[in-house]
Design a protein around this ligand. Structure first.
Ligand code: ATP
Ligand code: LTN
Length: 333
């Protein structure tokens, strides 16, 4: 039987957060089993939709690769690579741009969100971002895409583009499905629990990174915004407390109901300390491994070069097929 393929990506726009870890990275690691083939990329081309300092971008690209390895991405099971090193991503992205409607792109909430945050630089890349993401996915004919909830809309558009293309040219692309965790698919900011936790948030108190020191983790949770209800409950009116409960549950493996029972009658202070302790424990190994791997440049170089080769082999086949079907290639066949 044909192996199911998995693809996902993460931007090197900062050190990955608890949200990235719970919403996506943990699943990337779990999905590495024998009957699947996994492709994981550092989406550095996506990151330039907002201005980046070149040296910082390079350094964060390696940080992100080291974080993925520290979280448990296994280069002997998965192809781990940098998006810009496989040129077919840009090539397919251009083709798919010609099969995507402006109306579809204008509706994307991430575009609306990012263009209001970067109103001085509403570039075309910010709008066509989901097309590059569709290219990332479709290039590997991925069946499943493990992502956080915020990326579901982008997956919808990738599916629509793939279906539209297949209708004209035959079965070129696999129609991908998102894999979003039931709990933890959307971890919220610790400072504004109505907004998602984001590594590019200007306020570092709003997020926990996977490499934060235990003292910083404790401090940030203690300062987390809750409410004045004073009762630990899981509902929409108490988004801060609900967020803490979700984080606690994902790190302890308990259900929300079990966590609620555990904290029955206790105060917010107790909840915050318990969440911080669970997170400190859960991330201890990631932090240690990150430092070790990030300092080993030769290892990183070797892993990323092997990943690039594996990815490029698949990508080259898809792009040749696509070019052939639309008349951009296969001139003398
Ligand atoms: P940025 O702040 O630069 O936009 P980000 O923190 O949103 O970045 P991405 O690199 O865009 O992170 O996302 C990587 C993966 O992490 C995606 O699958 C995304 O859905 C997931 N993810 C991001 N933030 C969260 C969150 N708060 N909760 C759950 N999953 C998340
Ligand atoms: N756009 C994603 C990151 C990303 C991605 C991908 C996710 C880039 N390419 C391909 C899944 C599949 C984000 O989280 N903002």
């Amino acid at each position: 039987m044909e192996k199911k393929r998995i693809l996902s990506g993460i931007q090197p726009s900062g050190i990955s957060t608890l949200g990235n870890y719970v919403g996506a990275l943990r699943n990337w690691v779990k999905l590495q089993v024998d009957d699947r083939s996994c492709f994981y990329c550092v989406a550095n081309m996506h990151a330039i939709t907002v201005r980046q300092n070149p040296d910082e971008l390079r350094s964060r690209t390696l940080d992100t690769a080291a974080i993925l390895l520290a979280c448990g991405v296994d280069p002997n099971r998965s192809a781990l690579f940098v998006q810009s090193e496989v040129h077919e991503h840009a090539e397919l992205s251009w083709v798919l741009n010609c099969y995507t409607y402006l109306g579809e792109l204008n509706r994307m909430t991430q575009f609306k969100d990012k263009s209001s945050k970067h109103s001085d630089n509403i570039n075309a890349g910010l709008l066509t971002y989901p097309v590059l993401m569709a290219a990332d996915i479709l290039l590997y004919r991925a069946h499943y895409v493990p992502v956080g909830e915020d990326q579901k809309q982008h997956l919808e558009i990738a599916r629509d583009i793939a279906e539209r293309f297949n209708k004209v040219y035959g079965d070129v692309f696999v129609i991908p499905e998102p894999l979003v965790p039931k709990v933890g698919g959307r971890i919220m900011s610790l400072q504004d629990p109505t907004k998602k936790m984001s590594k590019s948030d200007p306020n570092p108190a709003s997020y926990i990174t996977v490499t934060d020191e235990p003292s910083a983790i404790m401090k940030k949770f203690k300062r987390a915004v809750t409410d004045s209800e004073g009762r630990i409950a899981y509902n929409e009116n108490q988004p801060g407390v609900a967020n803490l409960l979700s984080i606690y549950s994902t790190f302890t493996g308990m259900t929300i109901e079990e966590s609620l029972a555990h904290f029955d009658g206790m105060g917010y202070g107790t909840l915050k300390t318990a969440v911080a302790e669970a997170v400190i424990d859960g991330l201890a190994l990631v932090r240690e491994e990150f430092r070790r791997i990030r300092d080993d440049k030769a290892y990183l170089r070797e892993v990323l070069s092997r990943g690039r080769e594996q990815a490029a082999e698949v990508a080259a086949r898809t792009i040749a097929d696509v070019y052939g079907r639309i008349g951009l290639g296969a001139f003398f066949d």
